[in-house]
Write a protein that binds this ligand. Structure first.
Ligand code: NAD
Length: 460
């Protein structure tokens, strides 16, 4: 279902009619450079990330600029009228209210210079690790600070916060910083992500100066995607294949035609499998062992809705939704973590939903299942980490799919607009987020829930 307001708002007639502007988001295309303009990179206090992130910016062909502060204010040298593509402020060493005031003094002029689809990325310390109440308060204040910046930015710009553990080296945040600065994170806004010392072996001891192939960050990795016959799952399979992964596309036999198409498009293989079948985990593991020897990325995307008000809920509707959306993931994850098919640095990504965070009328079964996915991910993360594996969830908000296209127009319009970016996301936005979490280099992100919702007001 096309977004009429979005299409109209980019035409000359829109201004005359007073149609609200829906920004056009910059999205990733193969070969696109990481950055499209200069990035302000600076720190307040003893930040250890500004230097390597500056190097990352310069390595990617853009100018890393700094902010000069004097009694007359803050000046940012962007070579005349040039817009900033991003602002990265390392606040991991900020511990006092004076530090926080300095952050404001830098960010106020910086956001004025931010271009369309620009990025504000703050790095902060873990509040729980702070020594003293003031330092903890300052670390925690960044959460409210970033969420508010996200709500104020316009023209498709986003603001996010990376909270870094005190013992994590700069290389631990590399893939996360790349994701948030790039157009791959187009619909991830107002989020915070915790980064710890990566699980498993150190993958990139040379740190940020020695990046992987930025065009093929999943090269050599085998990725299973469930529910891959259509919708978001098909987009996940295509995006992971574009980034270099070998795809094992899974879906029910009734979706065989769509599944075969996904497998063909991605150059991968199709596995017809009902993930709720008693032997589903066994068959999946056997398939992976025989065909590929192991697996590097498992994406639990298959999901169903059977909406009814609780007063009219049948056991069948309840049980089928819980079985596909949660029960199957629990069983398969338990089997995978007990098996030998998860390769070192394997990543598991589970698709939850904004409904699992905010709840939704008519979706008690669906919301319970999707909230359950979040509980499962948090519970399994420590066990997964023991063998170098991570498990995370993505929680999509309103995504333009067949499912949302069938909503009544009022509900659909509300879903599209009640977020900071004033539009629905695309399946590829969910897929790009999974691609980042799926990288071997993302081992510092574990047990997290990342919303892909354009900073939806629901459940925030
Ligand atoms: P979709 O209905 O278009 O696709 C789901 C796929 O899962 C289908 O191909 C279906 O055949 C497959 N599937 C269903 N039961 C299965 C089973 N037992 N075994 C194997 N495969 C099975 O849905 P979508 O909109 O692409 O959503 C994909 C995921 O994203 C779901 O988990 C959904 O809950 C979640 N999600 C979607 C939205 C949205 O706006 N569309 C928002 C939040 C979360």
């Amino acid at each position: 279902m096309s977004d009429l307001l979005s299409n109209l708002s980019n035409t000359p007639i829109a201004k005359q009619l007073g149609v609200p502007t829906v920004p056009r988001l910059r999205r990733f295309e193969p070969g696109q450079p990481l950055l499209s303009g200069p990035v302000l990179v600076t720190s307040v206090g003893d930040g250890r990330f500004a230097k390597p992130i500056s190097a990352l910016v310069e390595d990617n062909g853009q100018r890393s600029v700094t902010a000069e502060r004097s009694d007359n204010g803050t000046s940012i040298d962007t070579a005349g009228e040039e817009k900033l593509n991003g602002v990265v402020l390392d606040l991991t060493g900020a511990t006092t209210l004076a530090d926080l005031a300095t952050a404001q003094q830098i960010l106020t002029p910086a956001v004025k210079k931010l271009g369309p689809s620009g990025r504000v990325l703050l790095l902060g310390a873990e509040p729980g690790e702070a020594s003293g109440a003031e330092a903890a308060a300052v670390a925690q204040s960044l959460d409210g600070f970033v969420r508010s910046i996200g709500k104020e930015l316009r023209f498709g710009a986003t603001a996010n916060l990376v909270i870094v553990a005190g013992d994590a080296a700069p290389s631990a945040v590399d893939s996360t910083v790349r994701f948030f600065l790039s157009s791959r994170s187009a619909y991830v806004d107002g989020q915070n992500v915790h980064v710890t010392v990566p699980v498993g072996p150190t993958l990139d001891p040379a740190g940020m100066d020695d990046p992987h192939d930025p065009d093929l960050p999943l090269r050599g990795r085998v990725a299973v995607v469930t529910g891959a016959a259509r919708g978001i799952g098909a987009s996940i399979a295509e995006t992971l294949a574009r980034d270099g992964a070998t795809i094992v596309a899974v879906d029910i036999p009734a979706a065989g035609e769509g599944l075969a198409k996904t497998a063909n498009r991605t150059g991968g293989t199709a596995l017809q499998l009902d993930i709720t079948a008693d032997d589903a985990a066994e068959r999946l593991i056997e398939h992976l062992r025989q065909r590929h020897g192991g697996v590097d990325l498992v994406v639990h995307n298959a999901g169903i809705t059977r909406d009814k008000l609780l007063a009219n809920m049948t056991d069948d509707r309840w049980n089928s939704v819980l079985a596909v959306n949660l029960g199957a993931q629990l069983t398969i994850n338990a089997a995978l973590l007990d098996s030998d098919v998860l390769n070192e640095s394997a990543r598991i990504v589970c698709v939850s939903s904004q409904s699992g965070i905010a709840g939704n009328r008519g979706q008690t079964n669906y919301a319970a299942s999707k909230a359950g996915v979040i509980g499962m991910v948090r519970a399994l993360a420590p066990k997964a980490a023991e063998r170098g594996v991570t498990i995370n969830a993505v929680a999509p908000g309103f995504i333009e799919t067949e499912m949302t296209g069938k909503m009544p127009i009022g509900t659909r319009e509300a879903g599209r607009r009640v977020n900071s970016l004033k539009q629905g996301g695309l399946p590829v936005d969910v897929a790009e987020t999974i691609g980042w979490l799926g990288q071997a280099e993302s081992g510092g992100v574990n047990g997290q829930v990342v919303r892909v919702c354009g900073q939806s007001m629901l459940g925030a």
